[in-house]
Design a protein around this ligand. Structure first.
Ligand SMILES: Nc1ncnc2c1ncn2[C@@H]1O[C@H](COP(=O)(O)OP(=O)(O)O)[C@@H](O)[C@H]1O
Ligand SMILES: N[C@@H](CCC(=O)OP(=O)(O)O)C(=O)O
Length: 373
């Protein structure tokens, strides 16, 4: 049996590959490296496994054709590069996968596509249908239209969300480094972590940001954060290099494995916890924190001491304790401007139209803060 049966046996896999494995700043797209990855994924597809590829590299691939040297400093240049580069990237993939008789489809997502519940379900249906057709979807962030505020920013997190949206059995994050080390291996000797079972296992680990002169964005920190999201959502993860892709997909003992850290949450719970972006905050008193955290209660106006942010009814908000720690996230039942007169008041004192919960229990997830992020 393979050392990692949960990966070897995964029927549907999301594979994420970073810019650093496909491109270089001076050279643009590295076609031989891209073709090598496609050979591995083509073989996996031929075994009857379903693959969703989340590929970075659009911005880096667009720099050479535009004559831009170095990492773009402004968003508009990055977006122009992505516009040119995404086309080249996907065309190169399409040609390479055609040699394996695999049809690819392009899926460009903005953060809004996953933060809005209706869009999330739409993305889910589209991915499902593509896979039913035997198509290999290639996902990237829609960089050309995403503004600074609504960007996912890094494809590692996007890949973790896609793993859930696509109901994947495993997530593989491929980079230019062969796993998570206890310190940046480029800075000095470091030890490879074989398995992470709990966020606490990473307590002593230093996760640098990506190299400044490199093409990657988040370094190991964003990969670890993404791996924890997936693992906490019941999806096993391996972080390793693109060069080890075949071995990783076969379930060999390469890279760093993140064991599943919890049961798969219901889609709505996962969406609330990881995909939504809070539009505001409700400040809770001690009693409300206990009620929400320990008694599984809904949040009532009586336990709320303050409101921050401009949100509308049904927007996601954070519930924050007196110590500033986020206790939960939920969909609020009122517009922000309706709230000040309700705060601290008992339900029985309120007009009937304001007697519903501020955040209903069914619309809330508790936030257990991992030691990172
Ligand atoms: N603890 C660590 N373990 C492994 N790599 C690390 C660590 N800390 C920082 N890194 C760096 O993270 C880089 C990978 O991140 P990045 O360049 O963003 O990759 P990608 O483009 O594949 O997303 C590696 O090249 C490595 O130097
Ligand atoms: N969407 C961007 C990549 C963003 C990103 O996360 O890059 P990386 O850290 O290399 O995975 C692009 O295609 O250039």
């Amino acid at each position: 049996m393979s050392p990692r049966p949960e990966i070897a046996g995964a029927r549907r896999v999301v594979v994420k590959v970073g810019s650093s494995s496909l491109t270089s700043l001076p050279g643009g797209l590295d076609e031989p490296r891209l073709a090598a990855l496609v050979d591995v994924l083509g073989a996996v597809h031929a075994q009857g496994r379903e693959v969703v590829l989340v590929s970075s590299g659009a911005i880096a691939a667009g720099l050479t054709p535009l004559g831009v040297v170095g990492r773009p400093r402004d968003l508009a240049t990055a977006q122009a590069a992505a516009s040119v580069g995404q086309l080249r990237l996907v065309q190169t993939y399409a040609d390479a996968f055609a040699r394996h008789d695999v049809t690819v489809g392009q899926v460009l997502l903005t953060a809004d596509d996953l933060t809005r519940r209706s869009h999330y379900r739409n993305a889910q249906r589209t991915l499902e249908r593509l896979l039913t057709f035997g198509v290999l979807p290639i996902v990237n962030e829609n960089d050309t239209v995403a503004t600074e505020e609504i960007r996912f920013g890094d494809n590692d997190r996007l890949a973790a969300l896609v793993a859930h949206v696509a109901r994947a059995d495993a997530l593989l994050l491929f980079s230019d480094v062969d796993g998570v080390y206890d310190g940046d291996p480029r800075q000095g000797p470091a030890q490879l972590l074989d398995t992470v079972r709990d966020p606490a296992d990473l307590g002593e680990v230093s996760l640098g940001t990506a190299r400044r002169n490199g093409v990657g964005t988040g370094g190991m920190a964003t990969k670890v954060e993404a791996a924890l999201i997936a693992a906490q959502a019941g999806v096993p993860v391996v972080v390793t290099s693109a060069a080890q892709a075949a071995a990783a997909l076969a379930g060999d003992q390469v890279g760093t494995r993140f064991a599943v850290m919890g049961p798969r949450p219901r889609a709505r719970q996962f969406w609330l916890r990881f995909a939504t972006r809070p539009r505001g905050r409700l400040h809770l008193d001690e009693g409300a924190v206990r009620a929400v955290r320990e008694r599984g209660a809904s949040l009532l106006p009586a336990g709320v001491t303050g409101v921050a942010g401009e949100f509308l009814a049904d927007d996601p908000v954070e519930l924050v304790g007196p110590d500033g720690v986020v206790v939960a996230r939920g969909l609020v039942a009122y517009d922000a401007k309706e709230l000040p007169p309700l705060l601290g008041r008992k339900t029985s004192e309120l007009d009937p139209e304001y007697r519903r919960e501020l955040v209903h229990r069914d619309e809330m997830v508790l936030v257990r803060r991992p030691s990172l992020g």
